[in-house]
Design a protein around this ligand. Sequence first.
Ligand SMILES: Nc1ncnc2c1ncn2[C@@H]1O[C@H](COP(=O)(O)OP(=O)(O)OP(=O)(O)O)[C@@H](O)[C@H]1O
Ligand SMILES: [Mg+2]
Length: 474
Amino acid sequence: MQSMKRLKILILDDNPLCTDKYASILKEQGHEVFCAHHPTQAFEIFKSTPIDIFICDILLPDANGLDILRTIKQNHKSVDVIMVSGQKDLNLVAKAFRIGAFDYIVKPVSAKKLILSIKRTACYQRNISHPSNISNPNSLIDNDLANKIGREFIGVSQQMQHVVNMALLAATDKEMNVMITGDNGTGKEIVARIIHHASERHPEPFCPINSAAIPDTLLESEFFGHKKGTFTGAVENKKGCFELANNGTLFLDEISEMPHGLQAKLLRAIEEKKIKPLGSNEEFEVNLRIISATNSKPEKLISNNKLRIDLFHRLNTFMIHIPPLRDHKQDIEPLTNFFAHDIAQKRKMNPIKIDKRVYQKLNNYNFPGNVRELRNMVNRAILISGTNTLSPNNFKIETMANQKPNAKGSLKLEDNEKKLIHYALIQSNNNNSKAAKLLGISRDTLIRKKRKYNIFLSENNWFSKNPNGNYNFL
Ligand SMILES: Nc1ncnc2c1ncn2[C@@H]1O[C@H](COP(=O)(O)OP(=O)(O)OP(=O)(O)O)[C@@H](O)[C@H]1O
Ligand SMILES: [Mg+2]
């Protein structure tokens, strides 16, 4: 491992006890440290010294840390800013990220937190060295966290760094409900796991539940449990996910798929922190954090009457948006390398070499299925190649320019989506998991889309229901 460069670090905090404490920790690490107790003092130092990292307290007596951050980002673009905030300032810190802060530290600032934040900042922005507890050079989470969630989170773009920072920030408040938005396959579930495992709740369960994958009639019991004999088929007592996730995190995937009646019951359970299993007279208390996810815009769900606004406000104390892969293309190369390495390791193959032209080809594609689609594509390329070298022709993608619209066929996205789903189901012998893999979407998403278009198989023919209620052959 390379050693870290001696950095010039400026600390702004009105409290000299704080600046002295941080300074002594950072000096011990071999850095050159400057302290300011007032913004004007900090601006003076910026004029005369090429600062690498600026540590800025958010709450200053006669200035707002965010205004200072804005000024610094405008005038000294290359400076990385770490904001320091009290526990109660979470919204402020979220704003700080939007303005361009690189990292945050929640008070009290320990030597460990400070050193790791400096290492992360230095490692990411300047690629100088690598924190000792991060194994993959492009991983955005440390080893310990990756082990806990059983996965790496890869990225080099500012956007993904921002997502991880927001997730780690959300983790610090174990009571806060979080809503994650992003298209299919962008990594919503993995981010939910990061929040859970980085939080105090991590020894307790993380329970994912997807309303799209469960028939409406069973949903209530899935959520709240039931007593034996409550309905036909209730042959024994069953615990619902609220009880199973108690003290831990409940991950509500695809919230928009939840029937309205259940949304009302969910709201009550969240507000009262109590649940009552079906057929039971007893209520019991639950304590959990809810992380919800959706691939639609929440405002749209609310206006389309798919999500209750009161429930939305309860779930959305903190919002994290994951951008589609086409908006952070710098991550395509590290993700491709990571997936190739990961898949080769799992299959006990020799290390995989990737032709540089592969990245060019992938960069010209817009990845409607996002990171999951890229992973499936790499998987397929390894199979097709049959060697340990991947070249562009192992990646079967149609670039937009090559796609010729079929003059006879409809160009309507919906029609084509139905046809593709149909085709994938035939190819996979009506196996949802396999068809989803072919389509580059999750099984749950496929099931949701099948329900949306009412796609079903009857006597060896596939049907889809029209908006006017008629059934069409596919
Ligand atoms: N940054 C990343 N680094 C490594 N793997 C990733 C990353 N983002 C996503 N993945 C992988 O891509 C796949 C899809 O991620 P995930 O299931 O979290 O997406 P999602 O947004 O929940 O998708 P859906 O909307 O379809 O449910 C998973 O295999 C996940 O491990
Ligand atoms: Mg998901």
